[in-house]
Design a binder for this molecule. Sequence first.
Ligand code: ADP
Ligand code: MG
Length: 677
Amino acid sequence: MDLPVSEIHGVGPKLLEQLAAMGITTVRELLEHFPFRYEDHTVRPIMEAEHEERITVRGTVHSEPSLRFYGRNKSRLTVRMLVDGLLIQAVFFNQGYLKKQMQLGESIVVSGKFDRHRLMLSGGTLKAAKASPEEGLEPVYSVKGDLKLNQLKTLIRQAFQQFGERIEEILPAQLLTAYRLIGRKETLKFLHFPASPQELRQARRRMIYEELLLFQLKMQMLRKIEREAEPGQKKNICQERLEELLSGLPFQLTQAQQRVLKEIVADLQGDYRMNRLLQGDVGSGKTVIAGCALFANANAGYQGALMVPTEILAEQHYESLRELLEPYQLKVRLLSGSAKAKERRELAEELQAGSINVLVGTHALIQEGVHFHKLGLVITDEQHRFGVEQRRALRKKGIRPDVLFMTATPIPRTLSISAFGDMDVSIIDEMPAGRKPIKTHWAKPAMFSRVIEFVKKEVEKGYQAYVICPLIEESEKLDVQNAIDVHQQLQQLLSGIQIGLMHGRLSAAEKDAVMEAFAANRVQILVSTTVVEVGVNVPNATVMVIYDAERFGLAQLHQLRGRVGRGQAQSHCILLADPKSDVGKERMHIMTETNDGFELSERDLELRGPGDFFGHKQSGLPVFKVADIVEDFRVLEVARQDAVKLVHSTAFWQGEDYEQLRRCIAMEEIFQHGKLD
Ligand code: ADP
Ligand code: MG
């Protein structure tokens, strides 16, 4: 199976090159290049078709086909057909040669997109004249360059003929039986050449489980290897002092916060290194938990670091950690991007000497030139994932601290636990008491002047507002221009009110100045691009206006909305949007109906199924060939449980029945050369 594709008859140098461009060099890779969709050519009653759905029907030719030419060499062939007692028109483009195959009164099979209102089947292809067609599902593959779909199909067919018998089972019989899964040979065959929807369903079912099990096994093994390689620091946590800190807080921790803190403290004390994901909706109070963990870590004699994605956020966390920790004689410092060389040097010295207990900053924190005396805990806030690079940077310095990742990206509960399989997951699923839910309104752009009137009233009451600017995908430059325009426009409309402007092109010092002015209410309205998206905390702000809300993902809208509702007063989020699609409208409705990030993510998941919710790359969620981590999350969880059992069983490590599975995992790049990432 790992033979080069050149072993397949008919593969010449050109084809070899084309395949290589698609990442296919071995027979195995070719056989595991699965179709990404299937066209259903099963003949169906026409009345079953939805409007605009593709369907294959059988009917009789009811009129002489008529062929018209237009443009340079374009043609349009139309014919009336009687299908299931219904007279419809079938339209074929640039296939004039079909005319000869359509005889009045004869039966033909046609597929196309059905327009229910005009009773028209358009973009048609003739599947068969007279004879009954080859029924079933036609696979569609992704191809690159000038490789033709048909060439690829022929090649796969050929590969099956030569090597099909050599496809090996990799799942142990015990699992195959338990879940009634079909064998691997059949699975591959059915995925490429399904004779019926049933075959395809069975094959997909099996392949989804296989992919997810392999993924979870990889995760669990990583976890086991990492744990065993690296004994934890077994910190000596003083519970009394932690209690003291907690009793000094202006509020009591919620039940959820208490539970999560306990889990973290147990990790700090434990035999293993902590590798934990802390999920909590916007405003659920993650920062104070980070503060407590850093406090406990410092009292145990270790330094701690808090890493955030932006300078604005770094500044803010620095302030709140100082407030929390300095009364206990702990030294908190900020590593700012705008610090002078001299300040940096001093900071580096203090850090290395160990007199700094907690360092806050962006990822510059763990880069070259920053050396800790005794780093025990790294916390990252609102970074989607603590990057591989960053972990490597730490490891190069010979440090493997406890690591806590905090995120407000609302990933559905079940999904997060199983998708981040190598981590432990803690969830804050409760909001601090006494919060007034944010009221979310959806306004059409035509209502703009009323929205501005509303903002003005809130400002007159002494509150503040954010205005998030239209988003132009992929172009930061245009986003900035939009912000500048909106800023100007609002200044004209709202003279007498101080309006600040914030965007990614400002220098760190300029950003600081704007943010500071806003936090101190010297500026009442902050016009901004999405740079204020995460973490920013100005409790006096009660209005969030978002232009072009339909262009933002739900997760992002929820994050933006989370900038308000942080104080005592009633807050509002206004979505200026004119979505064209039903899904877009539905999303605006969802936003107005719920404030709960987890519910939001789950409803979005129902609405759209896989894909978009998490954004493209940012989620850190893995991608599979057949399985979809969102759609198949139930299987993902089953696979996780199976994987946990397996890595703790001797059968898996020694049993003959598991040999193929072990070999498969060992082939994963991640486990080669003893590397872990
Ligand atoms: P996030 O989880 O979004 O990072 P923050 O940590 O910024 O949320 O907390 C939001 C606000 O809630 C802060 O002003 C914080 O002081 C406050 N807060 C946190 N925990 C509690 C609590 N248990 N009771 C009341 N207020 C709390
Ligand atoms: Mg936060």
